[in-house]
Design a protein around this ligand. Sequence first.
Ligand SMILES: Nc1ncnc2c1ncn2[C@@H]1O[C@H](COP(=O)(O)OP(=O)(O)OP(=O)(O)O)[C@@H](O)[C@H]1O
Ligand SMILES: [Mg+2]
Length: 386
Amino acid sequence: MTDSSRRDIFSSAGGDIIANRELVDISHVPALDRIVGRDTEISEVGSALAPGTIGAPPESITIYGKTGTGKSLIARSITCEAVAEAEDNGHRLTYAYVDCSDDDTETQASRAMARAVNEHLGADRDIPMTGYSGSQYREMTWDLLNDHDVDVLITILDEIDLLSDDDILRSLSRAKESGKTDTHIGVISISNKVEYRRELSERVDSSLQDREFVFDPYDAEQLQAILTNRSDAFEDGVLQEGVISLIAAKAAQEHGDARKAVDMLYEAGRIAERKGASEVTEDMVEEAEHRANVNQFKSLISGSVQHVKYLLLALATLTTDSEKEHSQFRTSEIYDLYTTIAEREGYDPLSQNRVLELLDEQAFLGVTENELTSGGRDVERIPFTD
Ligand SMILES: Nc1ncnc2c1ncn2[C@@H]1O[C@H](COP(=O)(O)OP(=O)(O)OP(=O)(O)O)[C@@H](O)[C@H]1O
Ligand SMILES: [Mg+2]
């Protein structure tokens, strides 16, 4: 094979369009100086953690907001800043980030906390993956904190609504008073389900919820600033004027979701690369939006329980069969098809009420749009089948 034909095979890897892929990779957590349009939220979270930076008890907070509004990003970035600030002040603050969508049982979440604390303290202790209970993993955490004279621990419980039980919450709130550790403990709870608020306040001990914040969706201007701040991901001059504002406008129209906006920008760059174009143009944005929708849908499906998959399949089937651009379906129609699919797969269908709740959740995640009409509830089509 000649060099030039090999180059042809790998030509879609690009190089002429995207200069720094990481900056437009949605799994990448950008540095503090890349965070735009969240000054108020940053100072609110900062003031809650501030006492921790001088070795005093931090406030525990809860952050709500729709998907892609910067909750995880800001919680993590400000916590990392707090670690550095405490160190400058001569105090030891450490943290654990627990993603309850990955670690949703009390044992898994406690293990994730122990392992994170172990890693952040550079303790090099053996925290086995199996064979211990949640309370044993927490004991390991308290030991680590005590042995390393840690003044403050911040535990971030992301997607807390997915946590299946409350033991870790209870023990975090009582660890100090029950004499397990001298470390002050603060918890940042995060959820993208505002409707989960009441349930959470019943679940969480009042000592763990000093304050709560709601992050609003980004408007077009903020999204534009976020994207502009990442435009150095591209080679000089390849982003046609108007591309960023078009993507920002589209993302703002939908749900003000920054993750989606960043992904659209990345996909637009990939389209230009695949086409061998020298510029990313405005007419590539529509296809990029479609691809970003597909990406979001795929990640949603892969993280969903079986019944949500059947429900989404029912919606997708109805949408594909429907000829109208903006079809709406009655819940009963969706429920009937969902029931058929679930039964075909050998599962007992959930009740209609439960399915309604799931639909509400999906709507919140930006997949469908629910609308109550006088005749009942309609569900608008999912906008990403071909
Ligand atoms: N203010 C911002 N400045 C720069 N980039 C941002 C900002 N907010 C969000 N982003 C980008 O969007 C991505 C998604 O944000 P984040 O993970 O914080 O969303 P989230 O609110 O936690 O959403 P979810 O509820 O789906 O978990 C981030 O990784 C980042 O790339
Ligand atoms: Mg998040």
